[in-house]
Ligand binder design. Structure first.
Ligand SMILES: Cc1cc2nc3c(=O)[nH]c(=O)nc-3n(C[C@H](O)[C@H](O)[C@H](O)COP(=O)(O)OP(=O)(O)OC[C@H]3O[C@@H](n4cnc5c(N)ncnc54)[C@H](O)[C@@H]3O)c2cc1C
Length: 528
């Protein structure tokens, strides 16, 4: 039988109208948007797989394996699924080293995403699972020119909150003026003709908002000190910030780089799950929940001559189970303290990979003063102090109460705040935050902080590899250790992203199924 090409199909059915698109989708001629195809053939031949961890990697692996007929059991140490994909709500509990457990006292319906809050538009697999599992998504507002830069203790702008819009546009203006002067004076010679140079100068005028003399005076792009309005109210512009003032105040330092707009992952459009990112985890739970044993903390993983034996403890004591294969998604700093008989290369990798120190605090306020008083709807305020960032919620605008993320910090700053007690972290976030938003004192209700590098069953934000470690540590983990496969965000180049968890899950499913079915399934599939 002749195979019908996509082109032939379109010709015969009279192009893309009416029911053609759904029929093509149904006939497998188009991948279900927005994911890449993942169609494995053959069946499980009665094989059993024990999966360690009910985070996104573990649950996605179970979900895909079950489609192929494997019998899966998932062991999860926590009393909830999702791992790092976690939204803190009323009654949420976290346990940190030294500090013990604490419980969130937010109001019903209030939450913040302690882990993932953003889905980049090019993370097709994350978006695909949202679609396949019916998790509604909405746009996430990551970049907001109306938020602030706050430089503490540095230069003429010290301790003054400056709107991001003012800094961005003044900086752009001054930089464009400098370049335009350089072009004019012939100081910048990129082998251009006079005509080319004129075109570049014209571009710089537009880019920087320069006047006819190629000077940056001021621009309405940076906003007004008195808005335009009715009658003779034409609007009043303020003076631009000088380049020197911004420089001396540290606004050219890495603390304030434009990472939010420039980084590939953070470029718009970004999405989030409606009602909290944990909706993705609970959607998987609905599919594979029957296979999950909660409160089951794995204490030993041993390859046998054939198969694998896993020991775990739950509320009733120590238990063990055997399976043909194991997929281990336990984060490496946790796995490092679990008994195993892996090869020396794998063992060294598990013990050596460093994870990011990072923490967040959610602060619940009686009213959304950042929206009502300051016109801030989503986005991020950046600081050079230990807060690092304040994230404003990108949902439920102008509703009553709200939870904002009072700090989201990394590295040494995260270690310093992580070393504080829960109470001290709250105090710190309120003290520093009220310098920017004096309303904090009046409106604050309750807080909940998470220090990921101190959090039991994670002990880190995400894996960090140097180029050398990609060779020496990452590579040995990519191969199964006998019957044990490794998955999780740490098994990809998509560290710190849910997409990493999903890609790694599909990758081990393809590898494991290739082995049991005798067919070769490459992943990622060509063209995906
Ligand atoms: C602060 C922060 C911000 C982030 N922001 C984003 C973002 O904006 N967008 C995005 O896409 N991603 C983001 N991520 C990354 C994303 O959350 C992760 O990549 C993803 O959730 C990892 O999934 P995983 O299944 O690999 O690991 P995990 O979610 O950590 O799952 C591992 C599971 O193993 C369990 N476990 C551990 N030890 C044991 C044991 N002994 N026995 C049994 N079970 C055990 C854990 O409880 C956990 O459920 C962020 C992460 C953090 C921490």
């Amino acid at each position: 039988m002749n195979k019908l090409s996509r082109r032939d199909f379109l010709k015969r059915t009279g192009a893309f109208t009416g029911g053609v698109y759904p029929s093509m989708l149904a006939m497998g001629m188009l991948p279900a948007a927005p994911a890449h195809p993942f169609k494995l053939e053959g069946n499980a031949n009665g094989k059993e797989v024990v999966i360690l961890g009910a985070g996104l990697a573990g649950m996605a692996a179970a979900y895909e394996l079950t489609k192929l007929g494997y019998k899966c059991t998932i062991l999860e140490a926590r009393e909830r699924v999702g791992g790092r994909c976690w939204s803190v709500r009323k009654g949420s509990i976290n346990e940190e080293k030294e500090l013990g457990a604490h419980t969130a006292g937010f109001d019903e319906g209030q939450y913040f995403n302690a882990g993932p809050s953003r889905i980049p538009h090019h993370h097709a697999l994350t978006l695909h699972y949202c679609k396949e599992l019916n998790v509604p998504i909405q746009v996430y507002n990551n970049v907001n020119e109306n938020t602030y830069y706050y430089s503490e203790g540095k230069g003429p702008l010290s301790n003054k909150k400056v709107r991001v819009r003012e800094v961005h546009n003044d900086m752009r203006g001054w930089m464009a003026e400098l370049l335009a002067k350089g072009m004019d004076g012939g100081k910048i010679d990129a082998g251009m003709s006079k005509e080319d140079t004129l075109k570049v100068v014209e571009y710089l005028r537009a880019e920087g908002g320069l006047d006819v003399d190629k000077l940056y005076k001021v621009s309405a792009r940076r906003g007004y000190i008195e808005s335009p309005g009715p009658g003779d109210r034409e609007g009043k512009l303020g003076d631009p910030l000088t380049l020197l003032a911004m420089l001396q105040s540290g606004l050219l330092d890495p603390d304030f780089y434009n990472v939010a707009e420039y980084t590939y992952e953070l470029q718009g459009t970004l999405f989030q799950a409606v009602g909290g990112m944990d909706k993705i985890a609970t959607a998987f739970q609905q599919k594979v929940g029957g296979m999950i044993r909660l409160n089951a903390e794995v204490t030993s993983i041993r390859n046998l001559e054939q198969g694998v034996k896993v020991v775990y403890k739950d509320k009733t004591g120590e238990k063990s189970l055997q399976a043909d294969f194991c997929i281990c998604t336990i984060p490496l700093p946790v796995l490092s303290n679990i008994d195993h008989n892996f090869s020396s290369d794998v063992s060294r990798a598990i013990d050596s990979v460093v994870y990011m120190n990072t923490g967040k605090i959610g602060l619940q306020f009686k009213r959304r003063f950042w929206e009502e008083d300051e016109g801030i709807y989503g986005g991020i305020t950046h600081t050079n102090n230990q807060l690092t960032q304040i994230f404003y919620p990108s949902y439920d605008y102008l509703s009553g109460k709200g939870v904002l993320i009072g700090y989201y910090n990394f590295n040494d700053k995260a270690v310093a705040t992580g070393n504080l007690s829960y109470q001290q972290r709250e105090q710190f976030a309120l003290d520093k935050g009220s310098q920017i938003h004096p309303q904090y004192r009046q409106e604050f209700e309750t807080s909940f902080s998470v220090s990921w590098h101190k959090t039991k069953y994670n002990m880190g934000g995400w894996a960090l590899y140097s180029a050398e470690e990609r060779q020496s540590l990452y590579k040995p983990l990519l191969q199964p250790d006998k019957q044990v496969y490794f998955a999780g965000e740490h098994m990809t180049y998509l560290n710190a992203w849910m997409a990493g968890a999903f890609e790694s899950a599909r990758s081990v499913v393809a590898a494991l199924h290739s082995r049991t079915s005798g067919s070769r399934f490459a992943y990622p599939v060509l063209g995906s």
